[in-house]
Design a binder for this molecule. Sequence first.
Ligand code: SF4
Length: 104
Amino acid sequence: MDISRRSFFTSSAVIIAAICGSAASQAQTTQAVTENDPAASALGFHLNASTVDKAKYPTYEAGQSCSGCAFFQADAGTTEGKCSMYGGRTVPSTAWCAAFFKRV
Ligand code: SF4
């Protein structure tokens, strides 16, 4: 194998590894938060805010949901977004957890 061919294969391997690493990283940050996730469960995460038990989570107030939370980041009109409380993982706009902090 001459140097230019070796150089081509080395460069190709580096590019493929970079693409795979980037895709894996993106998949991890866009993974949806679930109610069974230990961190989410500890904060009483509910996919549907209207099902939150006020007696169990006294900080919950009717009408609160991710769409009105300061940690929620989404384009206008979308039904899910990223929550910075959970490392940028996705949550539905209708969800809720005890870390809710009203957006001003
Ligand atoms: S921190 Fe806010 S946006 Fe994130 S899950 Fe809890 S209520 Fe939803």
